[in-house]
Design a protein around this ligand. Sequence first.
Ligand SMILES: [Zn+2]
Length: 410
Amino acid sequence: MKDMVDQIKIRLRDQKIDVSDEDIESRLKKLIVDFRVPESEARRSVLNYFLKEHGIMPAARVSSEKVKIADIKEAGRWVDLEVKVLELWTPASGTISQTGLVGDGTGSLKFVKWTKSELPDLEEGKSYILRRVVTDEFQGRFSVKLNRTSQIEPLETDVEAKAAGRASAEPLKVVEINEPGRWVDLEVKVAQLWETNSDSISQSGLVGDETGTIKFVKWAKAELPDLEEGKSYRLSNLVTDEFQGRFSVKLNRTSQIEPLDFEIAIGSVAALFSGALVDLQKGSGLIKRCPICKRSLAKGVCAEHGKVEGTYDLRIKAVLDDGRRVQDVLINRETTERLVDITLEQAKQMAMEALDHEVVRSMIESRMMGRYYTVTGPRVDRYLLVESINEMPAVSVAQVEELLASQEVA
Ligand SMILES: [Zn+2]
């Protein structure tokens, strides 16, 4: 491994790029250990990754060309755009310094400005030329990313831009929301209101319809009336957002709230997700539950009922990653027993012999980590409650390349 790291480091140094040994090694390990990619293939892939990350295309340096938003029809293209900033949204992650919508006479799209690009901030309503930005695509929707090689130049003249989304919002069910940056109308009931931890947010919580629930955020500057828990509303012209595989809807200045005179019932329909199991979380394996409320106990204590004599159960809390999104999954005892071929009784026996409950979790981890699964079941908040799970064959090198490419821009 050390040799491979050094080889990559030398090639990067030729390009005046300095990357830490740990960064190179963890990426190599992921490919070789988790995805069983041949070493030579992994070395090439990791080298290309870091070259690209530093704006060097493996072939020749690409030049950007000036285009209109409607001309953007493929990912990975370097372009210059003359646009107006239509909306700024609060970034969901520290790696993003700004995100929102930009538009020109032909349409609008989402932009993401990475923190490490160290570019100046854009202002809402102002027009700019964005140079050397790279296009990206997620489920048919395009966006542009501003990275270290991009440039921002304010424009003297105002760019005529189409109003943000207004005409294109479409009525959807919650379960149909599967991409960020889409304008939608929902008929929902407010399931929960949460404490807000930011002055920029006036309300947030969960809303749902018969297909599922989704987080909502109502910006303070939207100046919209407050939603009440348990009441049903038609919410118009919301924009969808996504963070680490979890979708949300945002109510902004252009959104509308209309109380409904009938009640929406909150339910759930099965969702499907395929990906590599990348984390088996604490609280997996052999656990104890409160005999009264069935909550899992932390060190023999129920959050509701205090110290109780727990009853044993088996379950798996894991994270699947498809290279673009992650999904938390919960697997119940029956499915866990079948999946890892162990009964609750055998698990108890294992733990007793080892004098440690953790051995069960470790055993499950060694069997499932890095493998590919397809799961179905209802989504409840951040979890997919697994009703069926099937292992898939290991991924091909091409799929890994694609996965890494998507991680680079995500
Ligand atoms: Zn309890």
